[in-house]
Design a protein around this ligand. Structure first.
Ligand code: ADP
Length: 258
């Protein structure tokens, strides 16, 4: 019989999702139109996983005599969508808090090379699993002032995208260097690339190239908006160059001291 615990955890995810989403959408100090658009897009994006969870839950209740094995597909979909919902809500919270200046960037002395190594080690394992070659060129030491946790998040977003949008047998190259008073982080992949028309919208909230195809890969369309916020908060720059079918490079440059 389908485990009641699974159903309860999905229901808790829905309730928590809505609660946090409401919290995420509390007043933001941006223009009224932008705020309205953000709320409309967020509601739309939140509704998709919620609908999937609800549909699968309803289908589960139709066969209360079925075993968990018989219903494993529906439970799996429910859990995956609950995870997606939770990721969406946490990304929305980050952006809403950054809009209302609730999120402060820490000014810590940190070793960017150590942040980069820690991050690439995790992705190296994921790359092996996908038969993608991950090469790194990380200068040591790179001392700078910034927010360690946010810089880690920035690298995770760029590496996660590089991995998501690169097919098997591809390559990803990560470099981290200090040049004069600035540091540079380069994440380059040999993936599917992005067309020239799409590049201007990459950092827009919820923008995903080819929504239908993107739905197959995990993501919220909020990663690069968060990356841009982190870079701006460090008074840095983020540049993209890409060619369809050849690959994409994201180059971040940051001052060593803000
Ligand atoms: P997502 O969660 O969809 O990855 P992002 O904001 O991180 O959202 O990225 C927005 C869109 O930009 C992605 O959906 C994808 O279409 C495109 N994109 C980002 N990084 C890459 C990349 N390295 N290669 C190809 N396309 C990319």
């Amino acid at each position: 019989v389908v485990m009641i615990g699974d159903i309860i955890s999905i229901v808790i995810a829905i309730v928590a999702g809505w609660f946090l989403a409401r919290r995420a959408l509390i007043p933001i100090q941006v223009s009224w139109e932008k705020q309205q658009q953000f709320i409309a897009d967020a509601s739309h994006e939140l509704r998709t996983p919620l609908t999937a969870i609800m549909v699968n839950l309803e289908r589960l209740f139709k066969h209360p005599d079925h075993t968990i094995e018989q219903e494993s597909e529906k439970i799996m979909i429910g859990m995956q969508e609950a995870k997606r919902l939770s990721r969406l809500v946490s990304d929305l919270l980050t952006l809403a808090r950054s809009d209302s200046n609730e999120l402060q960037i820490m000014n810590q002395t940190l070793r960017l090379d150590e942040v980069a190594i820690k991050c690439t080690q995790v992705f190296a394992q994921l790359a092996i699993a996908r038969e993608i070659r991950l090469e790194t060129d990380i200068q040591q030491p790179i001392e700078m002032v910034g927010d360690q946790e946010r810089l880690h998040q920035l690298m995770v977003i760029l590496l996660d995208n590089a991995l998501k949008y690169t097919n098997e047998d591809g390559r990803i190259y990560v470099s981290c260097k200090k040049e004069g008073g600035r540091v540079s982080i380069l994440v380059k992949d040999s993936g599917i690339g992005i067309s020239k028309e799409d590049i201007p919208y990459l950092f827009d909230r919820f923008f995903r190239v080819d929504k239908m195809r993107s739905r197959a890969t995990e993501g919220t369309g909020l990663g690069l908006s968060i990356a841009k916020w982190i870079v701006d908060a460090h008074h840095g720059k983020i540049q993209v160059s890409s060619e369809v079918g050849i690959g994409t490079s994201f180059l971040v440059t940051l001052p060593i001291k803000p």
